[in-house]
Structure formats: C-alpha cells, structure tokens
Design a binder for this molecule. Structure first.
Ligand code: CDP
Length: 236
C-alpha cells in the first residue's frame, strides 16, 4: 500500500487536455493560425466554418431556399453528421458522405452560408456535434483541440483554456481572399454574421484580440503560440 502511494505521488502529472478557441471574421487568418497550432502542439484542428459550409452545400443540393426558414430548420435537424479524422484535421460527413473542398469554398456556398448559419436550428444541429469533437480528439490521442469559427469562445467552448479573436482591416482581408483566387463577398458575410440574433460574430469577453493587418502569418502564430507554450512548459 505504501509503495502504491509512493508510486502515485511521484508519477508525472499528465499534461492537461487543451482547448484553444479562435474566432474572427472572414479571411482574418484563423485557418492558417489554427493549422500551425495544431502541428506545433498536437491538437486536432476543427474548422467549424467548413461544417457550416457542408450543411449549406447539402441544403442547396436538396433544393432548400435561403429564405425558407421552415424547410431550413426541419432539414437541418434531420441531417446525420459524422466525423472523419484526416491527419490532424476533423472532417464532417453528412449521411456518410464528405463534400469536396472545391464545392465547400465555391461561389454558391460563399453566397448562401451566412444566411443558413443565421437560422437557430442550423446552429442547434451543430452545437453538440462541435462539443463532441473534444471526445474525438481524445480518442485519437491528440493533446487537445484547436477550434476556429465565429462563436467558439462565446457559445461552444466559453471555458476554453485559450480564446483568441483575430482582426484585420477589411481591405487586407479582401486582398488575402482574392489572392486565394476566390470569389467571395466577405464584407457582406461579416455583416450578416455580426448582426444575426443567434450567436453573432463578436470578440468573446476576456478573449485575447490580435490585429493581423500589419503582421506576417509567422508573427501571428508566434504571438498566439507564446502563452500556450508557457502554459505547457509550466505544466510539464
Ligand atoms: O474562411 P472564412 O473565414 O471566410 O469563413 P468560414 O470560417 O469558412 O465560415 C463560413 C461561414 O460560416 C461564416 O461566414 C459564417 O456565416 C458561418 N460560421 C458560423 O456562423 N459560425 C461558425 N462557428 C463558423 C462559421
């Protein structure tokens, strides 16, 4: 008994399971930052924008109109969602089917996604699913997860270990999106996302804000990584 007690008290403490939330407007640099954190700290990368995009693609495929709230709500509630872990990235499956990246980021989805994402039933359909990504990350041996979106630090994981909010001037964000070769009216999506009633885009109270307009991506990643590395160092 004495030996067992000694063993327990001298065993190294397991590092904590880390949850990092990154919110921000369109093309604010969330995905690139989240990918870098995922690789550096062995975190599952969850891009919730791609989840709203996948539901949008599915609703469009089923012929649901962006202004038909009743059809949007009943169809969204009936979707069967699954997850495939692809390297460090979680990918959503709808009825066992994964939607191509080109379709997810195409003009039809870009134009419709904020309208569907403003419907409370669509957000409700994703709420438990998004929180359950922590279980999936644990099951796959990740040290935590980094989740990016619009309401992660406010609604999905308000108790996350780290919450960041990325800003950048609208002109700079439009330039970044155009450089990706995409046709996307980010200002219009930001307007709809920030003014909707259900979980609007906003800087979570107490989150660390970072303006990336004049920073390189490496500088953003360095600044966001520093407190995480310090915490892990302290816990090691
Ligand atoms: O890549 P980008 O920042 O342009 O957008 P995204 O992260 O792929 O998100 C696409 C859209 O999904 C947003 O404009 C929101 O309408 C919606 N979204 C949301 O409402 N809540 C989230 N947590 C993530 C995305």
């Amino acid at each position: 008994m004495q030996n067992l007690r000694t063993l327990i008290s001298t065993a190294p403490m397991a590092p904590p399971f880390l949850i990092v939330a990154i919110d921000g407007g369109a093309a604010a640099g969330k995905s690139t930052t989240a990918r870098a954190l995922s690789a550096r700290f062995n975190l599952l990368h969850v891009d919730t924008g791609s989840y709203y995009r996948a539901i949008t693609a599915e609703l469009l495929r089923l012929g649901v109109a962006v202004d038909d709230a009743v059809a949007i709500s009943s169809t969204a509630a009936s979707l069967t969602l699954g997850t495939r872990v692809d390297g460090r990235r979680a990918r959503i499956e709808i009825a066992g089917r994964e939607i191509e990246e080109t379709e997810l980021r195409g003009p039809a989805v870009n134009a419709a996604v904020s309208h569907f994402a403003a419907v409370p039933a669509v957000r409700a359909a994703l709420l438990a699913y998004q929180r359950d990504q922590a279980r999936i990350a644990r099951e796959h041996g990740f040290a935590g997860l980094v989740m990016e979106g619009r309401d992660i630090g406010t609604a999905i994981f308000p108790d996350a270990d780290f919450r960041f909010f990325l800003h950048a001037d609208p002109e700079e964000r439009a330039r970044r999106r155009a450089a990706e070769g995409q046709q996307d009216s980010i200002a219009e999506r930001d307007r709809i996302d920030s003014t909707r009633k259900a979980s609007p885009l906003q800087c979570p109270p107490g989150a660390t804000g970072l303006d990336s307009t004049h920073l390189s991506l490496d500088e953003v990643v360095t600044r966001v990584s520093a407190p995480i590395a310090a915490r892990l160092g302290a816990a090691a």
